[in-house]
Design a protein around this ligand. Sequence first.
Ligand SMILES: *[C@@H]1O[C@H](CO)[C@@H](O)[C@H](O)[C@H]1NC(C)=O
Ligand SMILES: *[C@@H]1O[C@H](CO)[C@@H](O)[C@H](O)[C@H]1NC(C)=O
Ligand SMILES: *[C@@H]1O[C@H](CO)[C@@H](O)[C@H](O)[C@H]1NC(C)=O
Ligand SMILES: *[C@@H]1O[C@H](CO)[C@@H](O)[C@H](O)[C@H]1NC(C)=O
Ligand SMILES: *[C@@H]1O[C@H](CO)[C@@H](O)[C@H](O)[C@H]1NC(C)=O
Length: 225
Amino acid sequence: MGSTSLVFTFVIAFPFLLFIFQSDSISAYDSDYGRVNKDSKLVSQKVNLSVYYEALNPSCASFIVKNLARIFDNGLNTIVNLRLIPWGNAFLNKSTNAIVCQNGLDECELNTLQACTINVMRDVNKHFALIYCFEFLVIEGRYKEWRTCFSSLGLNQKPVLDCIGSVNGTKLEQGYAIETAQLNPPHTFVPWVVVNNQSIGKDYNNFTVYACMAYKGDSVPVACQ
Ligand SMILES: *[C@@H]1O[C@H](CO)[C@@H](O)[C@H](O)[C@H]1NC(C)=O
Ligand SMILES: *[C@@H]1O[C@H](CO)[C@@H](O)[C@H](O)[C@H]1NC(C)=O
Ligand SMILES: *[C@@H]1O[C@H](CO)[C@@H](O)[C@H](O)[C@H]1NC(C)=O
Ligand SMILES: *[C@@H]1O[C@H](CO)[C@@H](O)[C@H](O)[C@H]1NC(C)=O
Ligand SMILES: *[C@@H]1O[C@H](CO)[C@@H](O)[C@H](O)[C@H]1NC(C)=O
């Protein structure tokens, strides 16, 4: 590992460590819509920001690491419900019933790893920190070292590994496959970004503008000013 990338890793990873430790105090911003609490009005004003992607695609890795990650610095994370859907251009071969991923078997494994990470670590600050780390390693060509992300962030990998090896991992991917197939209009490339049910197509790097326009609440973050 070159010293530049080492510095980059620490500079970038540091804010996420802070988010993890603060995460109890920001539970009002929990992305879990199933949870009914006194802050449900706050939650209902949030803008859904859905990112359909696949783990080994370079455009997706770059979007997540260099662009999407900024929402945790500029406050956009306080007004969006970030939903990551790791499936992308994968499909089911109907004659074998096997999942075929655009970038091979490794990508299928990494997609499932990320689906399980999202499912096990409900807190978006935690699962995004991990997915950021996985995708950073993709950019560096070291994605096979994904286990190091758990240790460097101090997060327990066991529940995620259990999920990958169980029917849960398969079920999660099936759910993402269905959700991706139901996109209207259907996705034509990845990353495919949808803001409140509206695809923004090739303008995906400008997602902030669209999320701010869709936001109806009063707590306007710096990102929207
Ligand atoms: C599905 O799998 C069969 C058997 O391995 C293979 O011959 C066929 O080309 C596959 N179809 C697609 C669309 O990948
Ligand atoms: C699978 O999911 C169920 C329901 O969420 C959970 O209770 C169970 O512990 C999970 N099993 C594994 C191996 O992750
Ligand atoms: C956001 O997505 C949730 C389901 O994940 C849905 O219940 C809610 O209506 C959506 N909100 C908007 C503004 O589209
Ligand atoms: C989302 O968009 C689809 C297709 O355009 C539509 O059928 C569905 O009703 C929309 N959902 C919401 C909550 O707006
Ligand atoms: C999207 O970004 C490009 C360049 O960053 C800019 O020229 C364009 O006006 C932006 N579109 C919107 C809708 O903000």
